[in-house]
Design a protein around this ligand. Structure first.
Ligand code: SAH
Length: 193
C-alpha cells in the first residue's frame, strides 16, 4: 500500500459518493415541498462540510499544497481507512435507499412526507449522518497529513451540530407524538442500548 494507491482509492470513493447520491438528487428536484428551512446559514454549513470532505483532500492530491503538514505514511493506518471508507459507502447507500423519497439535501418536508421508522431507521434516527462521521473518520486514517486528515472531521462536526437539533425540531413539528415515540426507541447516530 502506497500513498498514491490511497489517493486513487479515495478518488474512487468520491466517485462512489457521486453515483450513490445522483439518482436521489434527480428525484428530489421533482418533488413538491411543504415546508423547508433553506437558509444561507444552512447552505454555508453544507459548503463547509464539502470543503472539508472533498475540496481540501482533492487540492492536496492534485497540487501537494499542504505538504508542510505531512507526517510519515503508515500503510496499516491507511488500510484501516480504506475499510472505514467502504463501510461509509455501504451505510451512505443503504440510508439513501431506505429514506427514499423523503431524502433532501437541506431540511425539507415533502407534500407526502412519511416518517421512516424501519430498516436502519428502526435503530438510529440519523444513519446518513452516522455515515458522514464514518467518511470523516476514514479520511483521518487515510491521509498522513494533519490538514487533509482532519478537515473532514471539522466539516462534519459543523454540519452535524448545527443541523441535528433543527432537523429533529422540524420532524417533531410535522409528526408530533409519532416522532416523540420514535425518539424514545432510537439513538441519534448509535443504536440505543
Ligand atoms: N437525518 C437523517 C436524514 C438526512 S436527509 C439521516 O441522517 O439519515 C435530511 C432530510 O431527511 C430532512 O429534511 C428530513 O425531512 C428527512 N428525514 C429525517 N429523518 C427522517 C425520517 N425518519 N423519516 C422521514 N424523513 C426523515
Amino acid at each position: 500500500m502506497t500513498s498514491t494507491i490511497i489517493s486513487i482509492l479515495w478518488v474512487l470513493g468520491m466517485i462512489g459518493v457521486y453515483l450513490i447520491r445522483r439518482p436521489h438528487q434527480k428525484r428530489a428536484r421533482n418533488q413538491n415541498i411543504k415546508d423547508h428551512q433553506r437558509s444561507t446559514a444552512e447552505r454555508t454549513v453544507l459548503a463547509l462540510a464539502t470543503v472539508g470532505l472533498v475540496v481540501i483532500p482533492a487540492i492536496n492530491i492534485a497540487f501537494k499544497t499542504f505538504r508542510f503538514a505531512d507526517y510519515p505514511f503508515n500503510p496499516l493506518l491507511s488500510s484501516i481507512g480504506i475499510i472505514i471508507l467502504i463501510a461509509f459507502l455501504w451505510l451512505f447507500h443503504i440510508s439513501h435507499r431506505q429514506l427514499g423519497k423523503n431524502w433532501s439535501i437541506t431540511l425539507e418536508i415533502r407534500e407526502k412526507h412519511k416518517l421512516v421508522t424501519d430498516g436502519l431507521y428502526k435503530y438510529i434516527r440519523h444513519p446518513m449522518y452516522s455515515a458522514l462521521w464514518l467518511w470523516a473518520v476514514s479520511q483521518a486514517f487515510l491521509f498522513n497529513n494533519w490538514i487533509t486528515g482532519f478537515s473532514g472531521l471539522v466539516g462534519v462536526a459543523i454540519l452535524y451540530f448545527s443541523r441535528v437539533s433543527k432537523e429533529e425540531a422540524m420532524m417533531r413539528q410535522t409528526f408530533g407524538k409519532e416522532y416523540d415515540d420514535y425518539c424514545v426507541k432510537t439513538g441519534r447516530i448509535f443504536p440505543k442500548l
